[in-house]
Design a protein around this ligand. Structure first.
Ligand code: IMP
Ligand code: MG
Length: 213
Protein backbone atom coordinates (compact mmCIF):
# COMPACT_ATOMS: atom_id res chain seq x y z
CA UNK A 1 0.00 0.00 0.00
CA UNK A 2 1.39 3.38 -0.90
CA UNK A 3 1.40 6.00 1.83
CA UNK A 4 1.26 8.84 -0.61
CA UNK A 5 -1.61 11.19 0.11
CA UNK A 6 -4.92 10.23 -1.43
CA UNK A 7 -5.58 12.26 -4.52
CA UNK A 8 -8.05 14.99 -3.86
CA UNK A 9 -11.23 14.22 -5.67
CA UNK A 10 -12.16 16.98 -8.05
CA UNK A 11 -15.03 18.98 -6.61
CA UNK A 12 -18.16 17.98 -8.44
CA UNK A 13 -19.39 21.05 -10.20
CA UNK A 14 -23.03 21.21 -9.33
CA UNK A 15 -25.20 23.81 -10.95
CA UNK A 16 -25.51 25.25 -7.43
CA UNK A 17 -22.02 26.60 -7.90
CA UNK A 18 -23.14 29.33 -10.23
CA UNK A 19 -22.29 31.78 -7.49
CA UNK A 20 -24.15 35.03 -6.96
CA UNK A 21 -21.29 36.61 -5.06
CA UNK A 22 -22.15 35.97 -1.43
CA UNK A 23 -23.62 33.41 0.92
CA UNK A 24 -24.93 30.33 -0.71
CA UNK A 25 -24.14 29.99 -4.36
CA UNK A 26 -27.04 30.65 -6.67
CA UNK A 27 -28.80 27.82 -8.36
CA UNK A 28 -29.54 27.92 -11.98
CA UNK A 29 -32.94 26.24 -11.97
CA UNK A 30 -32.78 25.63 -15.64
CA UNK A 31 -29.88 23.29 -14.92
CA UNK A 32 -31.01 21.81 -11.62
CA UNK A 33 -34.52 21.14 -12.88
CA UNK A 34 -33.83 21.33 -16.56
CA UNK A 35 -36.28 23.65 -18.23
CA UNK A 36 -38.95 23.36 -15.50
CA UNK A 37 -38.79 26.92 -14.20
CA UNK A 38 -40.61 29.36 -16.43
CA UNK A 39 -39.88 32.55 -14.51
CA UNK A 40 -38.01 33.59 -11.39
CA UNK A 41 -40.43 35.54 -9.17
CA UNK A 42 -38.20 36.30 -6.21
CA UNK A 43 -34.44 35.95 -6.46
CA UNK A 44 -32.16 34.50 -3.83
CA UNK A 45 -30.67 37.95 -3.17
CA UNK A 46 -34.15 39.46 -2.74
CA UNK A 47 -35.09 36.72 -0.26
CA UNK A 48 -31.91 37.27 1.71
CA UNK A 49 -32.41 41.05 1.89
CA UNK A 50 -36.04 40.66 2.90
CA UNK A 51 -35.21 38.25 5.69
CA UNK A 52 -32.72 40.73 7.13
CA UNK A 53 -35.41 43.41 7.00
CA UNK A 54 -38.09 41.20 8.57
CA UNK A 55 -35.71 40.02 11.28
CA UNK A 56 -34.97 43.61 12.26
CA UNK A 57 -38.68 44.36 12.55
CA UNK A 58 -39.44 41.25 14.56
CA UNK A 59 -36.49 41.77 16.91
CA UNK A 60 -37.57 45.38 17.49
CA UNK A 61 -41.12 44.28 18.29
CA UNK A 62 -40.08 41.74 20.93
CA UNK A 63 -37.48 43.66 22.90
CA UNK A 64 -38.01 42.11 26.29
CA UNK A 65 -39.68 38.78 25.82
CA UNK A 66 -38.78 36.92 28.99
CA UNK A 67 -39.07 33.42 27.70
CA UNK A 68 -37.58 33.15 24.21
CA UNK A 69 -39.79 34.01 21.26
CA UNK A 70 -41.36 30.81 19.94
CA UNK A 71 -41.33 30.38 16.18
CA UNK A 72 -44.01 27.96 15.04
CA UNK A 73 -43.48 26.69 11.53
CA UNK A 74 -45.81 24.72 9.36
CA UNK A 75 -44.09 21.77 7.72
CA UNK A 76 -42.74 21.43 5.23
CA UNK A 77 -43.04 24.61 3.19
CA UNK A 78 -41.95 27.05 5.90
CA UNK A 79 -38.74 25.24 6.84
CA UNK A 80 -36.29 27.18 4.67
CA UNK A 81 -37.76 30.53 5.59
CA UNK A 82 -38.02 29.69 9.28
CA UNK A 83 -34.43 28.53 9.67
CA UNK A 84 -33.05 31.51 7.75
CA UNK A 85 -35.24 33.89 9.75
CA UNK A 86 -34.14 32.30 13.02
CA UNK A 87 -30.50 32.81 12.07
CA UNK A 88 -31.10 36.43 11.07
CA UNK A 89 -32.90 37.33 14.30
CA UNK A 90 -30.88 39.06 16.97
CA UNK A 91 -33.10 37.80 19.80
CA UNK A 92 -33.17 34.25 21.14
CA UNK A 93 -35.84 32.06 19.58
CA UNK A 94 -37.02 28.50 19.95
CA UNK A 95 -38.39 26.42 17.10
CA UNK A 96 -41.55 24.34 17.03
CA UNK A 97 -43.15 22.61 14.10
CA UNK A 98 -46.62 21.51 13.16
CA UNK A 99 -47.73 19.47 10.21
CA UNK A 100 -51.22 19.91 8.89
CA UNK A 101 -53.03 18.69 5.86
CA UNK A 102 -55.89 20.43 4.22
CA UNK A 103 -58.44 18.31 2.50
CA UNK A 104 -59.14 19.15 -1.10
CA UNK A 105 -57.30 19.29 -4.37
CA UNK A 106 -53.52 19.34 -4.64
CA UNK A 107 -53.11 22.97 -5.57
CA UNK A 108 -55.90 24.68 -3.67
CA UNK A 109 -56.96 24.35 -0.08
CA UNK A 110 -60.44 23.85 1.27
CA UNK A 111 -60.08 25.22 4.78
CA UNK A 112 -60.72 21.85 6.37
CA UNK A 113 -57.53 21.10 8.27
CA UNK A 114 -56.25 18.00 10.01
CA UNK A 115 -53.27 17.98 12.39
CA UNK A 116 -50.67 15.43 11.29
CA UNK A 117 -48.08 16.54 13.83
CA UNK A 118 -48.87 18.76 16.77
CA UNK A 119 -46.52 21.01 18.76
CA UNK A 120 -44.25 19.21 21.21
CA UNK A 121 -44.79 21.82 23.91
CA UNK A 122 -47.37 23.81 25.69
CA UNK A 123 -47.50 27.40 24.41
CA UNK A 124 -49.47 28.87 27.28
CA UNK A 125 -47.99 32.22 28.28
CA UNK A 126 -45.48 32.16 25.41
CA UNK A 127 -44.97 34.77 22.73
CA UNK A 128 -45.68 32.86 19.53
CA UNK A 129 -44.84 33.86 15.99
CA UNK A 130 -46.30 31.61 13.30
CA UNK A 131 -43.90 31.42 10.38
CA UNK A 132 -45.54 30.65 7.06
CA UNK A 133 -44.19 30.15 3.59
CA UNK A 134 -47.17 31.47 1.69
CA UNK A 135 -50.71 32.63 2.25
CA UNK A 136 -52.92 31.79 -0.65
CA UNK A 137 -56.57 31.54 0.35
CA UNK A 138 -55.60 32.10 3.99
CA UNK A 139 -57.81 29.22 5.07
CA UNK A 140 -55.00 27.14 6.57
CA UNK A 141 -53.69 30.07 8.54
CA UNK A 142 -57.10 31.16 9.73
CA UNK A 143 -57.69 27.68 11.12
CA UNK A 144 -54.24 27.59 12.71
CA UNK A 145 -54.69 30.96 14.40
CA UNK A 146 -57.96 29.84 15.97
CA UNK A 147 -56.45 26.56 17.06
CA UNK A 148 -53.35 28.10 18.66
CA UNK A 149 -55.33 30.92 20.28
CA UNK A 150 -57.26 28.36 22.33
CA UNK A 151 -53.95 27.35 23.95
CA UNK A 152 -53.59 30.77 25.59
CA UNK A 153 -50.28 32.11 24.30
CA UNK A 154 -49.16 35.50 25.66
CA UNK A 155 -49.24 36.79 22.09
CA UNK A 156 -49.83 35.31 18.66
CA UNK A 157 -48.66 36.90 15.41
CA UNK A 158 -47.96 35.77 11.87
CA UNK A 159 -44.94 36.23 9.63
CA UNK A 160 -45.24 35.03 6.05
CA UNK A 161 -42.64 35.19 3.32
CA UNK A 162 -45.20 35.36 0.52
CA UNK A 163 -48.76 36.50 0.19
CA UNK A 164 -50.81 35.99 -2.91
CA UNK A 165 -53.07 38.67 -4.28
CA UNK A 166 -56.09 36.48 -3.65
CA UNK A 167 -55.37 36.03 0.06
CA UNK A 168 -58.67 37.67 0.80
CA UNK A 169 -61.12 34.78 1.16
CA UNK A 170 -60.50 34.88 4.88
CA UNK A 171 -59.49 38.05 6.66
CA UNK A 172 -56.45 36.99 8.70
CA UNK A 173 -54.27 39.43 10.59
CA UNK A 174 -50.74 39.07 9.26
CA UNK A 175 -48.20 41.25 10.99
CA UNK A 176 -45.17 40.61 8.79
CA UNK A 177 -45.30 40.04 5.02
CA UNK A 178 -42.22 39.49 2.88
CA UNK A 179 -43.53 39.79 -0.67
CA UNK A 180 -46.92 40.25 -2.22
CA UNK A 181 -46.97 38.15 -5.36
CA UNK A 182 -49.43 37.52 -8.20
CA UNK A 183 -51.91 34.66 -8.08
CA UNK A 184 -49.67 32.13 -9.72
CA UNK A 185 -48.53 28.80 -8.39
CA UNK A 186 -44.92 29.13 -7.28
CA UNK A 187 -42.21 26.71 -6.18
CA UNK A 188 -38.81 26.88 -4.53
CA UNK A 189 -37.37 27.92 -1.19
CA UNK A 190 -39.52 25.37 0.62
CA UNK A 191 -42.51 25.44 -1.70
CA UNK A 192 -43.19 22.31 -3.68
CA UNK A 193 -45.10 20.88 -6.53
CA UNK A 194 -45.64 17.17 -5.81
CA UNK A 195 -42.76 17.37 -3.26
CA UNK A 196 -40.28 18.64 -5.83
CA UNK A 197 -38.45 21.98 -6.14
CA UNK A 198 -38.31 22.77 -2.39
CA UNK A 199 -34.53 22.89 -2.63
CA UNK A 200 -34.37 25.76 -5.10
CA UNK A 201 -33.02 28.81 -3.25
CA UNK A 202 -35.25 31.19 -5.19
CA UNK A 203 -38.97 31.30 -5.96
CA UNK A 204 -40.30 30.80 -9.44
CA UNK A 205 -43.22 29.65 -11.53
CA UNK A 206 -43.27 26.36 -13.34
CA UNK A 207 -43.32 25.80 -17.03
CA UNK A 208 -46.80 24.55 -18.04
CA UNK A 209 -45.26 21.35 -19.39
CA UNK A 210 -44.59 20.28 -15.79
CA UNK A 211 -48.31 20.13 -15.06
CA UNK A 212 -49.25 18.39 -18.24
CA UNK A 213 -46.50 15.79 -17.87
P1 IMP B 1 -53.99 28.52 1.83
O1 IMP B 1 -54.71 27.76 2.91
O2 IMP B 1 -54.78 28.57 0.55
O3 IMP B 1 -53.58 29.91 2.28
O4 IMP B 1 -52.69 27.72 1.43
C1 IMP B 1 -51.89 27.20 2.39
C2 IMP B 1 -50.81 26.28 1.90
O5 IMP B 1 -50.97 25.84 0.56
C3 IMP B 1 -49.47 26.97 1.93
O6 IMP B 1 -48.91 26.99 3.23
C4 IMP B 1 -48.68 26.12 0.97
O7 IMP B 1 -48.18 24.97 1.61
C5 IMP B 1 -49.71 25.73 -0.06
N1 IMP B 1 -49.63 26.65 -1.21
C6 IMP B 1 -50.44 27.69 -1.49
N2 IMP B 1 -50.05 28.33 -2.62
C7 IMP B 1 -48.94 27.66 -3.05
C8 IMP B 1 -48.06 27.82 -4.20
O8 IMP B 1 -48.19 28.74 -5.02
N3 IMP B 1 -47.05 26.93 -4.29
C9 IMP B 1 -46.84 25.92 -3.42
N4 IMP B 1 -47.64 25.73 -2.34
C10 IMP B 1 -48.68 26.59 -2.17
MG1 MG C 1 -47.48 25.59 3.96
Amino acid sequence: MSDSPRPTRPTKLLSRETADGEGYPAVDGTELYAGDIAKVQVTQAQIRAKITELAEKVAADYPDVRSDLLLVGVLKGAVMFMTDLARALTIPVQLEFMAVSSYGSATSSSGVVRILKDLDRDIEGRHVLIVEDIIDSGLTLSWLLKNLATRNPASLEVCTLLRKADAVKVDVPVRYVGFDIPNEFVVGYGLDYAERYRDLPYIGTLHPKVYTG
